[in-house]
Ligand binder design. Structure first.
Ligand code: CMP
Length: 242
């Protein structure tokens, strides 16, 4: 059975736990249950580019991102790849195969240097069974995944390039709106092109047109959304510019 490709595993400091503690899924656990969960968690540091899980692997563990970003993607035999999601600090992935026992549904690759916690399936499943409120939170997580994916499918089928791109930027800013740098999305234009299924050149052309209108600002490795309302209007108009 292939091992999951987490990096070096070491003991962790309690400050790392606060990221897990603040997570909406874990913040309501009583202190004893949270301590128990922490005893199961293994801390690893990973270099950018490390494959954490591969599509088709057995799902042996649940993974929480403590710092950095993880790319969830799938690729074709001819080397093209599609990014399904970017998982940031305080988010969780790998829950699908942990819960249903099926193989991993996608690849997860460290998009930056990352710190993660992994929790073994054999420990997580009995734990979640003993915590019905936590089980409900995981149902919410799966609903959120489905909504995210439905939205992506809707955009790909129904929208043109401006609509798809605007919709992807809105989805990404929604995820980060609680954070201080709220509307700054740490994503490259290549990554955006793999998310919306358009060439990097056409993405760049569209982004520059929106930068000229001050809807976005382009930074090295990031996009700052300045006018989310105009992007929303564009999506509602089916991607057609007024
Ligand atoms: P799992 O199938 O165990 O391993 C890959 C993980 O990627 C999966 O669990 C989810 O956590 C995540 N994932 C898979 N598909 C999507 C998607 N469409 N959107 C967001 N996350 C996904």
């Amino acid at each position: 059975m292939p091992q999951e490709k987490t990096g070096e595993t070491r003991p962790f400091s309690s400050s790392k736990l606060s990221v897990l503690r603040k997570h909406p899924y874990f913040c309501d656990l009583d202190p004893e249950a949270f301590d128990q969960l922490c005893r199961y968690a293994k801390h690893s540091t990973l270099k950018r580019g490390t494959t954490i899980v591969s599509k088709g692997d057995p799902g042996n563990s649940l993974i929480a991102v403590i710092s950095g970003t993880v790319k969830i993607s799938v690729s074709s035999v001819d080397g093209r790849s599609a990014i399904l999601n970017l998982i940031g600090q305080g988010e969780i992935f790998g829950e699908m195969s942990v819960l249903d026992g099926q193989p991993r549904s996608a690849d997860a690759i460290a998009n930056t240097n990352c710190e993660i916690f992994t929790i073994d399936r054999r420990e997580f499943l009995p734990f979640v069974r003993s915590q019905p409120a936590l089980a409900m939170k995981f149902i919410e997580l799966l609903c959120a995944r489905l909504r995210w994916t439905s939205d992506q499918v809707e955009q790909v089928i129904l929208q043109n390039l401006p609509g798809r791109l605007a919709s992807a930027l809105i989805r990404l800013t929604e995820k980060h709106k609680q954070e201080p740098k709220g509307r700054t999305i740490a994503v490259t234009q290549q990554e955006i092109s793999e998310m919306v299924g358009m060439t990097r050149e056409s993405i760049n052309k569209q982004l520059r047109a929106w930068a000229a209108r001050e809807w976005v600002r382009l930074e090295h490795g990031a996009i700052v959304v300045l006018n989310v309302e105009m992007l929303r209007e564009l999506v509602e108009a089916g991607g057609e510019d007024s």
